[in-house]
Design a protein around this ligand. Structure first.
Ligand SMILES: NC(=O)c1ccc[n+]([C@@H]2O[C@H](COP(=O)([O-])OP(=O)(O)OC[C@H]3O[C@@H](n4cnc5c(N)ncnc54)[C@H](O)[C@@H]3O)[C@@H](O)[C@H]2O)c1
Length: 313
């Protein structure tokens, strides 16, 4: 399937990979991003290969709705968001503004122009809450612990409403911890990018707690693949996008150190309050629905990521 694709947050980490891949597959791509976090540099490689249109706009603006109507996309990939869990706790009003009201602004424009399908970047890592039997399945109750996850959960209800009332199909992808080239190494999250950058700069990364906490690390190309498959299939559902494999922070540290050739030990610091002890998603529903699998092994994904950070020094 291809046609007209609008990607919000397309100058960000995941959105820039997605936009490039859509362009390569022959889609007519418009990226909308307010560049609050993302950079046009992230689109430079793709734009050297072909044409991607770009509008610098806030998804909360009236102008954004007009841009959606003017472009009239077949499919809308909605990745623009306030992505910080910490900021969502400190400023839930801002989080809900961007993540809930911004999405409603988008859905209203989608309704006016008759968009066929919306693909939404939700979270799998921050939506189920603590104390669930792991790996987490889509059938589990979603009890997010922070406003970031609450906003993502609320958006799913809006997607269902727009599907039932206005016939806009959707898929919400519950992403685990995504890593890969172009991830911001200076943010609060994105441990692979943070560790890689520090080790290449010969600095010792900090591990909070004992390093035995686990996460489910999925490579960005596999996530892009899930978005593209979902765009062709749809179905009005939430799907976990993760690997089903748990990796401790200590093991991740060791694997990146090995790839970089970093010989020092990490610095251990007090655990961060509210951090989940374990997180891992069951991706089997995405296998059935999208014939999707996390094809890239952690070793291969880390090698590609380290190589990219080495080149982009
Ligand atoms: N990276 C992960 O591990 C992960 C995990 C789960 C879910 N997600 C979701 O995937 C999406 C993409 O995440 P990412 O890691 O690429 O983050 P990112 O910050 O690199 O990308 C988000 C983009 O949205 C843009 N943006 C923010 N507010 C905007 C606004 N009001 N109007 C227009 N653009 C705006 C930013 O400038 C940025 O380019 C987000 O919705 C995020 O919540 C990411």
């Amino acid at each position: 399937m291809n046609g007209r694709a609008l990607v919000t947050g397309g100058a960000g980490f995941i959105g820039s990979h997605l936009s490039g891949r859509l362009m390569d597959e022959g889609w007519d791509v418009l990226v909308v991003d307010d560049l609050s976090v993302g950079h046009l540099d992230n689109l430079a490689e793709a734009r050297a290969r072909g044409r991607i249109k770009f509008h610098q706009l806030d998804i909360l603006d009236e102008e954004f709705g007009k841009a959606v109507e003017h472009f009239a996309p077949d499919v809308l990939f909605h990745l623009a968001a306030q992505t910080s869990v910490v900021r969502s706790v400190a400023d839930p009003l801002f989080d809900a503004g961007v993540n809930i009201l911004g999405t409603i602004n988008l859905l209203e424009a989608a309704r006016r122009v008759g968009v066929e399908r919306v693909l939404f970047a939700s979270t799998g890592g921050a939506i189920y809450g603590e104390h669930v039997k792991l790996p987490a399945k889509e059938s589990y109750a979603r009890r997010p612990a922070a406003p970031y996850g609450i906003s993502k959960k609320v958006v799913e209800d809006y997607l269902r409403f727009y599907e039932a009332t206005h016939g806009i199909d959707y898929v919400a992808l519950g992403l685990s911890n995504v890593y890969g080239p172009r991830q911001d190494p200076y943010g609060e999250a994105g441990v692979v990018a943070i560790f890689t950058r520090l080790m290449l700069d010969k600095k010792r990364p900090v591990i909070y707690g004992d390093g035995q906490q686990t996460r489910d690390y999925v490579f960005v190309d596999d996530v892009v693949d899930a978005f593209i498959r979902a765009a062709g299939i749809g179905g009005g559902r939430f799907l976990n996008i993760g690997t089903g494999r748990e990796t401790t922070v200590n093991r991740l540290f060791g694997a990146i150190a090995e790839e970089v050739g970093f010989r020092e030990l990490p610095v251990f610091a007090d655990p961060r309050p509210g951090e989940l002890a374990r997180s891992v998603l069951d991706p089997s529903a995405a296998l059935h629905a999208l014939h999707w699998q996390p094809w890239t092994s952690l070793e291969k994904g880390l090698a590609l990521t380290v190589e990219w950070f080495r080149r982009s020094r």
